[in-house]
Design a protein around this ligand. Structure first.
Ligand SMILES: [Zn+2]
Length: 450
């Protein structure tokens, strides 16, 4: 059905004095107010159309009334099949709804069912508004986007949007983000999986731990796999495992920085790879426990940095010369042997901590090299990508989410990750949530000045 809306704007203009900026400035100012008024008119006329169809059963067939007038029977409960109504004026109170344009005060019609005499407002059901909903979903969407962009203040200031930090918290807690993004991920498209944790400030100044697991695609992009707050690693592992589809081919590296509890994480699908950046630092700490000062341990940590740093040649594995591959294999084998020698030296010198640290490290240092020699896949060997993800999440949490509950921090972290790294899925998620299906269109037909 096509209709027209006529808007009358009144303007005064000081000829010879006004500049372009002032005109644009004022127009910008009334933008949301105009849209809010238009929205109100559209909704009220929609309300009229619905009431027309439901009350004039001689004009409109039951097909015209399809999807309209669903209501609960007055007595006995359950849905009434009656679709003929009498108009009964408007509700005493307008319905207040927060929209992206500001607060809307919407007068809402009441009708009476001719069959069961129940009084109800058919507009609300037609709009998909739940009985106590006070916000439309675009509003939620914009609030969440602005929280993620750390500019929610700008969203609120200058508009009649009424949302507190508590309100944002409730939107985030009520989100279904956790249940939606659970599709299966095949290890075939991944070059590695990483997991780590970072501290977050929570209620009462308590420190919580945010844990995240990501995949790295063969193209080097981040694929979010999960976010958890104050969750034990075995539980995290269970949840991630249920989403991962193994491939028989080979095991991809699981990169971590030595966090206790991650040594055998996802052992069925991945081969542990200790972060090569954290390796020398960990050794430094272990040698410190053995009584070595920085001066004494530096030659050893420098040495290990050298041994770990097996560089992979760039370019396509398939067209690499055999001698290039042999070079890598040589360096890898000597490095491995040298580390074993170093462990013996540490034991001989009585550096027990250093020796056991290196022993544990040594079996998980070259997974990416072994994978490359076997398959040509270049896998990451540090957790730096995940650390970047944590920095991005942390920067946003600091602004808004301190003092938030576990589920709120979990949800907002998921949102930040998915929006940042799975943009397409994020857009699709919201479009579906908003129910954008092409049932409403509006264009400017003409603008004339009187
Ligand atoms: Zn009824």
């Amino acid at each position: 059905m096509e209709r027209e809306i006529h808007i009358t704007l009144r303007l005064s203009l000081a000829t010879g004095k006004v500049n372009l900026n002032e005109i644009v400035y004022r127009l910008k100012e009334i933008g949301d107010a105009v849209k809010l008024e238009v929205l109100k008119k559209i909704l009220m006329s929609y309300d009229d159309l619905i009431a027309e169809r439901l009350s004039k059963t001689k004009v409109y067939t039951s097909k015209d009334r399809k999807g309209l007038g669903r209501h609960i029977r007055k007595s006995e409960g359950g849905f009434c099949r009656g679709r003929k109504v009498r108009k009964r004026g408007y509700r005493q109170e307008s319905r207040n709804i927060s929209t992206v344009f500001g607060g809307l005060k919407l007068p809402v019609r009441v009708v009476e069912c001719c069959r069961c005499a129940a009084r109800y407002s058919p507009l609300l059901a037609a709009l998909g508004l739940e009985p106590y909903a006070r916000k439309e979903r675009n509003f939620e969407h914009e609030v969440i986007e602005s929280v993620i962009d750390t500019n929610y203040r700008r969203l609120i200031d200058g508009r009649s949007i009424d949302i507190s930090l508590g309100g944002i918290h409730n939107i985030v807690v009520g989100s279904d983000i956790g249940e939606i993004f659970q599709e299966t991920v095949s290890t075939e498209g991944l070059s590695a999986i990483m997991a780590d944790g970072t501290g977050v400030k929570q209620k009462g100044g308590n420190k919580g731990e945010l844990r995240a697991v990501i995949g790295i695609t063969k193209g080097g992009c981040v694929k979010p796999l999960g976010c958890f707050v104050n969750t034990p690693w075995p539980e995290v592992e269970q949840s991630i495992k249920s989403r991962i589809k193994e491939t028989e081919q080979y095991k991809i590296p699981f990169v971590y920085d030595g966090e206790p509890g991650l040594d055998d994480f996802l052992a069925d699908v991945a081969e542990s790879q200790r972060c090569t950046w954290h390796g020398p630092r960990g050794l430094y700490h272990s040698l410190w426990q053995d009584g070595l000062k920085k001066k004494g341990s530096k030659p050893h940590t420098d040495n290990i940095k050298q041994l770990i740093g097996v560089e992979l040649p760039e370019g396509d594995f398939e067209i690499l010369k055999e001698e290039d591959k042999a070079q890598v294999r040589n360096k890898y084998e000597t490095s491995k042997a040298d580390i074993q020698k170093l462990i013996k030296v540490f034991y001989a010198k009585g550096y027990k901590h250093g020796a056991t640290y290196l022993e544990k490290l040594s079996t998980r240092l070259f997974t990416n090299i072994e994978l490359w020699l076997e398959t040509g896949v270049i896998a990451p060997k540090t957790t730096s990508l995940l650390e970047r993800v944590f920095r991005e999440i942390g920067r946003r949490l600091k602004r808004i989410a301190w003092g938030w509950s576990d589920s709120a921090v979990t949800n907002i972290s998921k949102m930040i990750m998915i929006r940042q790294y799975s943009r397409d899925q994020w857009e699709k998620y919201w479009k579906k949530k908003l129910g954008i299906r092409g049932y409403f269109n509006i264009q400017i037909a003409s603008v004339q000045i009187a």
